[in-house]
Write a protein that binds this ligand. Structure first.
Ligand code: DQA
Length: 150
């Protein structure tokens, strides 16, 4: 058993349809799988002295429960809520409630896409937002925590 890393845990949350990464609209989302993303993000987190907990769910309530559980146990949250970004007041309220620093990530540049993707319910309660950097966005989010957390 390895001992916990000194800077605490980053919760890396992926929402609906992101389990299909690698096969889903590769022209938009690329060819890396969710497992690739989680491996790269975990490696970046561990290199910076954080542990990483990765969770993907297609169910809003599961994502809500994970955010609630992060209160008091995680140092920060990296969240790509997928389509829930554009619909979920509940996820917004959960992020606001737990008062943890959170980085919103989108693989694609949502602002270059359909109008309905331009609005995020989450951005106003996140510390930072990273869009359009492809899967590098997750590592950029880790880097942000590396630079801003104790
Ligand atoms: C996404 C963008 C969302 O609009 C979309 O519903 C997704 C993925 C992205 O990572 O670019 O599922 O969050």
């Amino acid at each position: 058993m390895t001992s916990p890393r000194p800077r605490g845990t980053l919760l890396i949350l992926n929402g609906p349809n992101l389990n299909l990464l690698g096969t889903r609209e590769p022209g938009i989302y690329g060819t890396a799988s969710l497992a690739d993303v989680e491996r790269l993000t975990t490696a970046a987190a561990e290199a910076a002295g954080f542990d990483a907990t990765c969770l993907q769910s297609n169910h809003e309530g599961v994502l809500l429960d994970a955010i609630h559980a992060a209160r008091g146990t995680a140092a920060g949250i990296i969240i790509n809520a997928g389509a829930y970004t554009h619909t979920s007041v509940a996820l917004r309220d959960a992020l606001a409630a737990v008062e943890l620093p959170a980085v919103e990530v989108h693989i694609s540049n949502v602002h270059l896409r359909e109008e309905f993707r331009h609005h995020s319910y989450l951005s106003a309660v996140c510390t930072a937002v990273i869009v359009g950097a492809g899967i590098h966005g997750y590592e950029l989010a880790v880097n942000f925590f590396d630079k801003t957390l104790a």
